[in-house]
Design a protein around this ligand. Structure first.
Ligand code: ADP
Ligand code: MG
Length: 366
């Protein structure tokens, strides 16, 4: 079921001082079967938008369509929506089976399947989330991740056209989150419903979504596929929100940026003061300065965990230290340790101070 959000806006409280404009007019089209992530910092309006789509909150203006149907005034009960929230909100006095069966049992008699049909549907859902052996347990006897899988099965019991999820994995630890993301992705592919989910976690949004809507202060900053968002951020907010960022500020003259003792060839950049941004993986290290770059740094912290080694680099010419990530092989080759003096090599720089965002490619990345 496609979703069309047109001109939806919302202000909480009476108009005037003290009111909160939670949403500026928002337009968003979600295709049938799409999985769209709403990503933004706390307070950016994600939950408000989701609740308006659900019919749990009334917008001040605008319309919501599900397919051809205008549901703006339709009660939440009649929108054919499944929900999953951060807090499991399972019925504690009911077994796993009864939790999943709840919506089916609550249907008016004329719509309600037979108890045999309900049983088979519930067992099928529990099979999907691999919890058949837990059907007669109570929520308190399950781990957090298992409880969220029950929530997912329960939300899907009525075969909703639309599944809405608000920080569904927010309360779980990193490993379980990872596993549940795979569940959601898998069920989404298998059942073909349309989903809108809220998260403040960039990685989660980028990993799960077909498209991501980046929000801040009640506004949409950019709507794009994860790939486009990461490689071609529409503005500085999106760039900064999507990953770690280092800053380089200096004066450019004749294609060379100078910043204290540091110099960097920046072909194509106009003369004048510039602020440039770069990601940790856009920095390499070398024992010598190169023709285009003289960026002396000293290593102030080393975190050798994960696929790459994370380094903190300090220099007099830098305002705040840079965060860099280098491969383990390069780390070994350069014999990096705290206090080691090296030269940074920059492969790309991003600027957002011009009319259009621009990426400068400098030395080739390794
Ligand atoms: P998010 O989910 O992105 O954290 P919310 O949609 O919950 O953001 O909130 C957006 C803004 O609206 C925030 O400034 C929040 O304080 C405010 N807000 C949310 N719900 C209410 C409410 N029921 N009454 C008043 N203000 C609210
Ligand atoms: Mg929220």
């Amino acid at each position: 079921m496609s979703i069309r959000i047109a001109g939806i806006d919302k202000t909480y409280g009476p108009k005037g001082p003290g009111h909160t404009r939670a949403l500026e007019p928002i337009d968003l089209d979600i295709a049938n079967g799409e999985l769209v992530g709403l990503l933004g910092p706390s307070g950016s309006g994600k939950t408000t938008l989701l609740r308006i789509v659900a019919g749990l909150e009334q917008a001040d203006g605008g319309t919501i369509h599900f397919g051809e149907r205008d549901v703006t005034q339709v009660h939440v009960r009649d929108r054919r929506i499944g929900f999953v929230f951060q807090h499991y909100a399972l019925f504690r006095h009911m077994s796993v089976f009864d939790n999943v069966a709840f919506g089916l049992n609550a249907l008016p008699r004329r719509d309600r399947p037979s108890s045999a049909q309900i049983r088979s549907r519930v067992m099928q859902l529990l099979e999907m989330v691999r919890l058949t052996d837990f059907a007669s347990r109570y929520p308190a006897q399950l781990s957090g991740g298992q409880q969220q899988r029950v929530s997912l099965a329960r939300a899907l019991a009525l075969k909703p056209d639309v599944l809405l999820l608000d920080e569904p994995f927010g309360a779980l630890d990193a490993k379980v989150r990872q596993e549940l993301r795979r569940w959601l992705r898998h069920l989404h592919g298998e059942l073909g419903f349309t989903s809108l989910f809220v998260t403040h976690d960039q990685e989660e949004a980028l990993e799960l979504s077909d498209r991501v809507v980046v929000m801040s202060n009640g506004r949409v900053e950019q709507i794009a596929t994860p790939d486009t968002l990461y490689r071609r951020p529409g503005n500085r907010f999106v760039f900064e929100f999507l990953g770690e960022v280092n800053r380089l500020e200096g004066d450019v003259s004749h294609g060379v940026l100078t910043c204290g003792a540091a110099r960097l060839a920046v072909p194509g950049l106009d003369d004048g003061r510039h602020e440039l941004l770069l990601r940790p993986h856009e920095i390499r290290l070398s024992e010598r300065p190169s023709a285009g770059a003289h960026l002396p740094v000293s290593v102030s912290a080393v975190v050798p965990v994960g696929a790459e080694v994370r380094l903190e680099l300090e220099a007099d010419w830098l305002g705040e230290p840079w965060q860099a990530s280098v491969g383990h092989a390069e780390f070994d080759r350069l014999d990096v340790s705290r206090g080691r003096r090296l030269y940074a090599v920059v492969s790309q720089l991003h600027r957002f101070d011009a009319a259009k965002p621009q990426t400068l490619t400098l030395e080739p990345a390794v």
